[in-house]
Write a protein that binds this ligand. Sequence first.
Ligand code: KIV
Ligand code: NA
Length: 269
Amino acid sequence: MKTIKELLAMKEQTEKISMITAYDYPSAKQAEAAQIDTILVGDSLGMVVLGYDSTVEVTMDDMIHHAKAVRRGAPNTFVVVDVPFGAIGIDDATDIKNAIDLYKETKGNAIKIEGMHTNLIERCTQIGVPVVSHLGLTPQSVGITGYKLQASSKEDAEQLIKQAQEVEAAGAVMLVLEAIPSDLAEVISEKLTIPVIGIGAGKGTDGQVLVYHDLLNYGSEHVAKFVKQYGDFSTGVDALNNYHKEVKSGAFPSEEFTYKKKVMGETGK
Ligand code: KIV
Ligand code: NA
């Protein structure tokens, strides 16, 4: 398993860091077998696995349930677990309790927090909970921002640089930047010591993250401009339909798939 120190060293040696989301045991096993550096149990879970309309509906219980399965599937990969909407931003005691619970119950290697929660990042860091920060497009705030390119003016870009420096100063161990101009992502990656992982942020970051279901065309409905599809799990529909037809026709199960031991004696058919 990669440690935070090793991820930092990868940035220093300009070795790119790969990250993929996973939400269950088999996807985590695949990610680990594929030698991907880090796994994110994203709250994108809500949309790609649970069929919610946005990440806003995802609960602590959802995240814990799925992250535990991911941990079992990928015991030797660095796992980051998303803090869901509504678990923080309440009051200091509640926020820190939820952060600790998520870290402790899932046995993740870090939690990820969207937005400028610098006090919470500091507090988590103090007590030993590693935090990955997520800035730029933060889907939990989609009710305010919409799904669109963020920091697209000079002024907003400069603010994002400041914010990135602030989360680093607060103790964040990594930063995810989503849907921002690539030149800005490159500047932020250069300015920060911690690894910066991009999604829709161009090639200048220290690593890349994509959503498992997007990358594999597995039931994802609309796919953003920045998604490259490396596989096509939609062919699973054809396989399921062939099974359906063979059940109807009786072609399945053929002898090959049948236990032929006779136990019914003379009267048996
Ligand atoms: O939930 C998620 O999948 C994420 C990534 C897109 C960064 O936060
Ligand atoms: Na997320």
